[in-house]
Design a protein around this ligand. Structure first.
Ligand SMILES: [Zn+2]
Length: 73
C-alpha cells in the first residue's frame, strides 16, 4: 500500500490531464483550480471566480437589492 513518492508524482502528472475530477468553468471553460481561478457553484455548474462575480454582478444590476445607502458612515 504505500506508494513511492516518485510514482505518485509521475502519476499525478499524467492523470492531471485526464483526471475525472478535473472541472472547467461552465462559462469560459477555464480549468478550475481553487487556488488560482477560484471555484464557485452556480445554478449552471461550476464556474471560476471571474465568471461567478460577473454573473453575480449582472444579477445585482437586474435586481438591485443592495443599493440604497451610498454615503459613508
Ligand atoms: Zn469562467
Amino acid at each position: 500500500m504505500a506508494i513511492p513518492l516518485k510514482n505518485l508524482m509521475a502519476e499525478g502528472k499524467g492523470l492531471s490531464l485526464v483526471g475525472s475530477d478535473e472541472q472547467r468553468c461552465c462559462y469560459c471553460n477555464v480549468l478550475l483550480q481553487e487556488t488560482i481561478t477560484g471555484k464557485r457553484k452556480t445554478p449552471e455548474g461550476e464556474a471560476c471566480s471571474d465568471c461567478y462575480y460577473e454573473k453575480l454582478g449582472a444579477g445585482v444590476e437586474q435586481h438591485p437589492l443592495i443599493c440604497g445607502r451610498v454615503g459613508r458612515g
